[in-house]
Design a binder for this molecule. Structure first.
Ligand code: NAD
Length: 343
């Protein structure tokens, strides 16, 4: 196994902490990529990994991702991430959570945790009984989905301005993949502006009900990426932009809320080569994390919304730079984020 410093995802992490508590079975990694802009903030993932190396790699990759996302959101926060190594039965006990909370607390606020895959809101409340360094607790801003949806809506308008020359959404045709918390909220904003929507969801009843409410059309979740429209908005799964699906897109822009939309970096280039405007996912979908981290500087709703209002400006900055440099929007976003965190 290579030394930690030599791992491809190490990327000069400020510190990586390994915790082992045989009494409770806790095994955890807390990776702190950067505290340049503030305490390293990012969720805790509880997952059964194939091996320890996979857990460490995941922590490093996700932690760096949080540095970039938080920086591009204009937040007073750095980036970090925790992973808890679950056994095959995914046994999670109160004692284990208490031990993990002590681990978080031992870092003295350099790392702030929040909910991620495998951790519930109740788990977060449990952690908060032992450590103050927990974000997104009940009563602190609530569900991030509506905030993410509003930021994505503003980002879709920015993409329309860039690709179509106007952000008047009346009559603009938008295909939305996934109409849950984010995609559903986005659809409502756009319908109110008079956009022409095509909705798809693996839960076809959900798409049909929303379409009936908003006067939209529906299509199958297999067909949504090939719909002829102005903008495609991925709001379901990650990695939907593959070589094949990008080749089949019949749109001028891709702007949506899903995380990790590009299957590989090559699809960023493929979109650019096809002249399709792409809104980098972690820039456009930052509304949720902006809301979750409100307690870092006690931001109220007005301050949260003002931060979300900066998303279109960031996107235009990325697209301007992309046009000038020839780098793809995803590459430009990473470069700007690296500059913001002093790398
Ligand atoms: P959600 O579970 O509320 O909604 C997702 C919807 O997508 C569901 O209705 C589901 O049935 C549908 N879906 C799943 N697979 C599909 C497929 N193959 N084709 C079409 N529809 C499919 O989730 P959400 O909170 O709206 O999140 C959506 C995406 O946005 C995710 O990628 C999530 O990681 C990302 N995201 C969410 C937030 C947030 O604040 N909720 C923040 C940042 C990023």
């Amino acid at each position: 196994m290579p030394a930690l410093w030599d791992l491809p995802d190490f990327d000069a992490h400020e510190s990586v902490h390994m915790f082992d508590d045989p009494k409770t079975g806790l095994r955890a990694v807390i990776a702190i990529h950067s505290t340049h802009l503030g305490p390293a903030a990012g969720g805790t993932r509880f997952w059964h990994y194939a091996d320890q190396q996979a857990a460490l790699t995941d922590a490093l990759r996700l932690s760096r991702g949080m540095s970039y996302k938080n920086a591009m959101a204009g937040l007073p926060a750095g980036g970090g991430k925790a992973v808890l190594l679950a056994d095959a039965a995914r046994t999670k006990t109160r004692d284990m959570l208490d031990a993990f909370a002590r681990a978080v607390d031992s870092l003295g606020g350099r790392y702030i945790t929040a909910q991620d895959v495998g951790m519930s809101e109740d788990d977060m409340v449990t952690l908060s009984k032992t450590t103050a360094h927990v974000a997104g607790l009940p009563g602190q801003g609530g569900d991030p989905g509506p905030y993410t949806a509003r930021g994505v809506y503003l980002g879709v308008k920015a993409a329309a301005k860039r690709a179509l020359g106007s952000d008047d959404m009346k009559g603009v045709r938008i295909a939305i993949q996934g109409v849950g918390s984010v995609g559903g909220g986005l659809a409502r904003y756009l319908a109110a502006d008079g956009a022409k929507l095509t909705l798809a969801d693996v839960n076809a009843d959900r798409a049909a009900a929303l379409a009936a409410e908003l006067g939209a059309e529906t299509t199958s979740s297999d067909a949504i990426m090939a719909v002829e429209a102005d903008i495609f908005s991925p709001c379901a799964l990650g990695a939907v932009l593959t070589g094949t699906s990008v080749a089949g897109l019949k749109v001028r822009a891709v702007a949506g809320g899903a995380n990790n939309q590009l299957a590989t970096a090559a699809q960023g280039r493929q979109l650019a080569d096809r002249g399709i405007v792409y809104a980098p996912d972690y820039v456009i979908n930052a509304g949720g994390i902006i809301n979750v981290l409100r307690h870092i500087d006690n931001a109220d709703d007005a301050a949260i919304n003002a931060r979300i209002d900066t998303i279109p400006g960031r996107l235009h900055q990325v697209w301007d730079d992309s046009e000038a440099s020839g780098d793809t929007p995803a590459e430009v976003a990473d470069r700007i984020a690296q500059g913001l965190i002093g790398r």
